[in-house]
Design a protein around this ligand. Structure first.
Ligand code: ADP
Length: 401
């Protein structure tokens, strides 16, 4: 079966057509600047030259239509007919407490997802626009929703409850949900498979370090804690997000800076993290690490704090699981930066961790980077959220028959 994986943002739509048997990607691309002037479709199929088509896209419906046309285009396409698409897998961000796994999208599922819009106002409405557009253009094709929060629904109460009046949880479901679940699930499972060990009896810590970043403790195949919370703002220092701060800072800043709470939250989301700590410096990690190597003080303080926070969470999750067997690094920074991996590991000598310098030079492929004598296996595992969505989609659709 061919699965079309859709990841819809507010002005973009990423897609991948994956053969669910061979797990090969037949085509992939992105529609950018949807609803904005200068929209374009970037399309890449079967290792052929990438094409970029500048074409107006007023909305997501038009974007999906252009993707489908490109897929069956006699020159650049890979399908004869759209019927060859057996199912569409949608990345959905917030499923609240309702969804602990992938689901077949029905009117009720859309409604239940909409009920979580308050918890992810930037993501959920955009994700659902993609769902609606696909349903309109492919009414007979099953659609499956794969939520970022689903993998973390196994977290125990002690990990997901905040130290707040319990009635806020009861009334508003204020709790920790966690994100990047599809990535954490893929990477932890892949690590067990690579090591030829039983997934259900391993203690794994996954460090997903991209623009957004989170760490998850996976014990016996289940997420038992994760660093993001009710929203993706909690946890690690990220590209532009602050991660953990004392909540009292918010009121203090509204007074000192004469700003509203919303303005401060916007600063915590978009102008903090590595960018903010460098006084508005670069958010791209490659630039930050260049500046560090050149001894720029703003980059030095930023990277030291970034790495320290990661090491602190690894320590916390080792305690939460009463040990750790495997630590995995993934996403843009985790897969590519030997510098971050090495410096995080510098904090972990107490766990008997030893990094193999040569192996740590690896970029972007599954690899063990710890020495044979290291007490914990440290690995690089490139994430593949699209493949995970395609697998989940296949599983749900096969369960229908
Ligand atoms: P997201 O999906 O959250 O947008 P990614 O997983 O693509 O993010 O990660 C983006 C981050 O990865 C950026 O900070 C980028 O600088 C960093 N990155 C990408 N390639 C490299 C590299 N070769 N070395 C170091 N960092 C890299």
């Amino acid at each position: 079966m061919k699965v079309l994986v859709i990841n819809c943002g507010s002005s973009s739509l990423k897609f991948q057509l994956i053969d669910s048997i061979t797990e090969e990607t037949a085509a992939k691309g992105i529609c950018e600047r949807i609803g904005i002037e200068g929209s374009r479709l970037v399309f890449e199929a079967d290792g052929r030259e990438k094409t970029v088509t500048e074409i107006p896209m007023d909305d997501h419906l038009k974007a999906v239509q252009l993707v489908l046309e490109a897929l069956i285009d006699p020159v650049k396409g890979v399908l004869k007919h759209l019927d060859e698409i057996g199912a569409v897998g949608h990345r959905l961000v917030h499923g609240g407490e309702k969804f602990a796994g992938a689901v077949l999208i029905t009117d009720e599922v859309i409604e239940a997802t909409e009920a979580c819009n308050d918890l992810a106002p930037l993501h959920n409405p955009a994700n659902l626009t993609g769902v609606r557009a696909c349903r309109e253009l492919m009414p007979a094709t099953p659609m499956v929703g794969v939520y970022d929060t689903a993998f973390h629904q196994t977290m125990p109460e002690e990990a997901y409850l905040y130290g707040l009046p319990y009635e806020y949880y009861e009334k508003y479901r204020i709790r920790r949900y966690g994100f990047h679940g599809t990535s954490h699930a893929y990477v932890s499972r892949r690590a067990a498979e690579f090591l030829n060990k039983d997934y259900d009896s391993l203690k794994i810590i996954v460090c997903h370090l991209g623009n957004g970043a989170s760490i998850t403790a996976v014990k016996n195949g289940k997420s038992v804690d994760t660093s993001m919370g009710m929203t993706p703002l909690e946890g690690l220092i990220m590209g532009t997000r602050s991660g953990d701060i004392d909540p009292a800072i918010i009121e203090y800043l509204t007074e000192k800076e004469d700003k509203t709470v919303s303005e401060i939250i916007e600063i915590l989301n978009k102008k903090s993290g590595m960018v903010g700590m460098q006084d508005g410096g670069p958010s791209d990690f490659r630039d930050v690490s260049e500046a560090y190597k050149a001894g720029r003080p703003e980059a030095v303080r930023t990277l030291k704090a970034y790495i320290y926070r990661i090491a602190k969470y690894i320590g916390a999750y080792t305690a939460a699981m009463n040990g750790v067997d495997v630590i995995c690094f993934t996403a843009g920074i985790g897969e590519n930066s030997s510098f971050v991996r090495e410096h995080v590991a510098d904090y972990l000598g107490y766990l008997g961790i030893e990094i193999d310098q040569e192996a740590n030079g690896v970029r972007g492929k599954d690899k063990i980077i710890s020495t044979a004598g290291s007490k914990v296996t440290v690995m690089v595992i490139p994430t593949n959220e699209e493949l995970m969505i395609a697998r989940d989609t296949k599983m749900v659709v096969e369960g229908m028959s």
